[in-house]
Design a protein. Sequence first.
Length: 129
Amino acid sequence: MHTVEPERLAAEAGGGAGVDDVAAISDAPLVATHSNAHAVCPSPRNLTDRQLHMIRDTGGMVGLNYATFYLNADGRADAGTGWDTILRHLDNLIAELGEELARVRQLLAELKPSPLGADSAQEPPPPHY
């Protein structure tokens, strides 16, 4: 039987109900590596403000997911998704977690369709905080 320590399970939980499940069995910092704000896009994978507060309270972190169907409020996959949509999620994550616990990991090459187009060399806008 393969066992996984709770810290690793937290990292693998992703978002949504998985965070609640892991929080129930672990006192370790909760980590959701590919999750967005449910308040912006109501996907079951995205994190509610309550879940973001749970992660914040454990000292965990959240990594923004660039998959467009988790970014767009209507759940559509759209290569034309721009920085404005991404920044709405980031603004929510920072508001609920604090700046030190929200992370952005750019995985554009792995996504189909990716925001800003698959071959985009567009630079992100400057920080506005």
